[in-house]
Design a binder for this molecule. Structure first.
Ligand SMILES: Cc1cc2nc3c(=O)[nH]c(=O)nc-3n(C[C@H](O)[C@H](O)[C@H](O)COP(=O)(O)OP(=O)(O)OC[C@H]3O[C@@H](n4cnc5c(N)ncnc54)[C@H](O)[C@@H]3O)c2cc1C
Length: 400
């Protein structure tokens, strides 16, 4: 596995390469991590989907056209992304609490030498747990891990190494080229036994040996999942309404959470277009080089595509109040439209800069895609109920 190229063209190429494997083959072999250079059993589309260089609907359309119902296992996995997104949008307190606890733990790393030493051993792959150390090195060099390896890694982090899940989630969020606030945070919580309360995922030596095709072992793993304690979460909240395109002349702003320019071209008639100039920091600690390079490349690729598709010169601007106000004023618009920005670092920034826009009399409207609009509200309980609620995948695809 080489590091994927962060362009829509490369994403479509990867989809075409994976297509023959998306049916029975995926169902039979997806759970095994054969190693970074043998990844044709999974799609490796996560980086593209995370930035929406390609989107879920086009992936679902391609795989169902090729395999019909035989690709249900793959469809189910793709839908996990919408499930986690919708779940976090309706429980924003999870993201807020995660950020608070993460920052407290990051602060503690600066004063607690014993914790810092255990943390550094883990992230640098020096725990002497063979599989874990190999995965930590793979994260650093590739910015990617197979799903099963992510589960083992998180489980060992929490239950064997006894490290706080928030520090682990922060580490992988900054390193994964598909690092996504919802999928990453909620997957860590799922492993730790906080998503489905009391149901944790415990990695075992035999499972690791079997599903790494004998490449790795892992001795002295915890035999018991001591689930971290946390206060009850408040009730779920309703999704805020999608806002629709502004009636007045507006500028279109694209950020790293949805770079699917193609999906917005026919629906949007902006006066000017801008793409955010650089990836938004995922925490106080730096992003991994691979993740940063991928996100930067995705933004650059979107800017190029937008220029061609809209036939306009595309500006590159920082995600700050000052930059947005200056851009809108220079173009003579009093409204900015954006593809919906879900919970995560970009949204946190936007909530801060809204005040600057308001002061300057500039409105900001976010557009949710129909796929998200339809699926996210269904993510209120467990995944099984969500999948049932989604129903026939053909209907979802038709809805676009
Ligand atoms: C601790 C942990 C952290 C994770 N962090 C992230 C993350 O930051 N970003 C991320 O996209 N995924 C994350 N995942 C989910 C999953 O591991 C990856 O999406 C998947 O491994 C990506 O490889 P792929 O594209 O080859 O997946 P495939 O198996 O080919 O699946 C196709 C697509 O479905 C989606 N998908 C598959 N499984 C999941 C899942 N369990 N949850 C959400 N979406 C899924 C992804 O978009 C993926 O590209 C995490 C899982 C764990 C256990």
């Amino acid at each position: 596995m080489t590091i994927p190229l962060p362009t829509r063209e490369a994403g479509l190429r990867q989809l075409a390469l994976f297509l023959p494997h998306a049916g029975a083959d995926y169902q039979a072999r997806r759970n095994t991590d054969f190693g970074p250079d043998q990844r044709d059993n999974v799609s490796q589309l996560s980086g593209y989907l995370r930035h929406r260089l390609i989107d879920e609907v086009e992936v679902l359309r391609a795989v169902t056209a090729a395999h019909g119902p035989r690709c249900e296992t793959f469809v189910r996995e793709v839908l996990w992304r919408a499930y986690f997104k919708g779940y976090l949008e309706q429980r924003q307190q999870i993201w807020a609490r995660y950020r608070r606890e993460r920052d407290a733990w990051l602060e503690r790393l600066t004063s607690d030498a014993a914790l810092a030493s255990r943390y550094n051993e883990a992230i640098n792959g020096r725990t002497k747990i063979e599989a874990f150390d190999a995965f930590a090195q793979e994260i650093a060099s590739r910015g990617y891990l197979h799903n099963h390896a992510r589960m083992w890694l998180a489980s060992i982090w929490v239950f064997t190494l006894g490290l706080p899940w928030e520090l682990g989630a922060d580490w992988t969020f900054r390193q994964f080229l598909d690092g996504d606030a919802a999928s990453n945070t909620l997957s860590w919580r799922w492993v730790a036994g906080l998503h489905t309360r009391g149901k944790a995922y415990l990695a075992t030596r035999s499972n690791i040996e079997m599903h790494t095709d004998g490449r790795y072992s892992a001795s002295s793993l915890a035999g018991f999942a001591a689930i971290p304690e946390e206060p009850e979460l408040g009730p779920a909240q309703r999704l805020d309404g999608a806002e629709g395109w502004p009636k007045q002349p507006y500028g279109l702003l694209l950020g790293e959470d949805d770079l699917g320019v193609e999906a917005f071209v026919s629906k949007s008639e902006p006066v000017c277009v801008a793409v955010v100039d650089a990836p938004i920091a995922r925490s106080e600690l730096p992003m991994g080089e691979v993740a940063r390079g991928f996100a930067q490349g995705a933004l650059d690729d979107a800017a190029q595509r937008a220029e061609t598709l809209f036939g306009l010169r595309v500006s590159r601007i920082g995600l700050t109040g000052e930059a947005l106000v200056a851009w809108a004023q220079a173009a003579g618009v009093r409204a900015i439209a954006m593809p919906y920005v879900p919970q995560g670092p970009s949204r946190d920034r936007i909530e801060v800069l809204r005040k600057d826009l308001q002061r300057a009399g500039i409105a900001l409207a976010m557009q949710r895609r129909r796929y998200d609009e339809r699926l996210w509200p269904l993510a209120t309980k467990g995944y099984f109920a969500f999948r049932q609620g989604v129903g026939e995948i053909d209907r979802v695809i038709e809805g676009g």
